[in-house]
Design a protein around this ligand. Sequence first.
Ligand code: EPZ
Length: 433
Amino acid sequence: MEKYLITGGTPLVGEVEIGGAKNAALAILAASIMTDETVTIENVPDVRDTNVMMQAMESIGAHIEKIDRHTFKINGSRIHNQVILNEGIKKIRASYYLIGALLGKYKNAEVPLPGGCHLGTRAIDQHIKGFRSLGATVNVRHGSVIAHTDNLHGSHIFMDKVSVGATINVIMAAVMAEGRTVIENAAKEPHVVDLANFLNSMGANIKGAGTDVVRINGVQKLHKSEYTIIPDQIEAGTYLMAAAATRGDITVKNVIPKHLECIYAKLNEIGCQVEESDDAVRVVATKRLGNTQVKTLPYPGFPTDMQPQMTAILGISQGISIVTESIFDSRFKYVDELTKMGSDIKVEGNTAIITGVDKYTGAEIAAPDLRAGAALVIAALTAEGDSVVTDIRYVQRGYEDFHLKLAKLGANIQLVEEDDEKKPESVFTAVVS
Ligand code: EPZ
């Protein structure tokens, strides 16, 4: 297993190119098999989750040609069955997108229940409610979701809670259903809009994505497309948070600033300077930052995927801050790791009461999940002394070249094997090569 060795204290300065949005890519990759023609997808991030998704697609017969590190040609015409047996797919939450895609195209799907980050209960009742509303019989048996129907028909579906995954999955299941489907209380995240735009580029008829009412008129079939995935809002936000935490100056490039407003507004509020241009955002922090209150909400509210990173910053900011997690019921496990670094944070239910301390001190800490792992790296980059971050496989699920991009910004970070005595990988060599 790999780990990061980090020596903190260096302000991060420079520019970083942001890659394709992981959570848009996972949905779009799954949806790409809904036509028998070839689909070209650009700006796919090279992270574990996207690679696991593509392996699962190939395991049922999809043909995937890698054009370059971030571009793939996908053809689903030779899919021979709709039963996913691939072991790896159990490790990612987005495995369930294959249910919506296969059900929508073949009216049949058998996919293992999703895995992914341990953020509390990760129910899929809203997905199942949507599939059943469209006419499918859905059961959970032997650890898999089994969905089948002779025909899918339009429906008026009221989501009991805002769910990114359920919104995306029901859209996929409905695009070739007979008639009109309306999804009320839909999620509005940028990646929901990206998925809808992708399906429309294949001939689907989806309106209202990005609002809380999505309307879908079923079409007979979908056709080929060439599509580029939007930049990753959360990857970009993570680097902006690293600038704030290390009193640095970072410009994230190739972004959609509108998607980052909910993130940098909070950084501005605690004392960062923020500059926005057409496809870039710059954050500068020159002094100790102040306190604030944060509540995570569905888009366009403050993203839950930025909650750990924000808490890490507030842990060394002036004063008392409150962070309330309203999306997941257990997303503060990483606070125990920040405590090892000297933080003063008290978690009561879904609220963290944070008393800012002067600084973190280096420690051995373990990443409990993807975004918390990134937050612990940020904390280590600000800490006095050396830190070791273990279980970084979680971080590698969602951040492409994380340590290399940080090193280019001046971070003293190395990726090493847990038990490897060999000289740590030279970050400089890796960056140049
Ligand atoms: C997506 O997860 C993202 N994952 C998550 O990002 C992100 O945190 C989340 O949306 C919220 O923005 C992917 O896109 C692969 P939800 P998802 O359905 O779809 C409950 C990351 O770090 N719920 O919007 O699983 C659920 O338990 C990951 O990239 C139900 O109760 O999130 C949660 O409390 C972490 N029943 C809340 O709703 C359901 O049927 C929101 O979940 C579905 C969800």
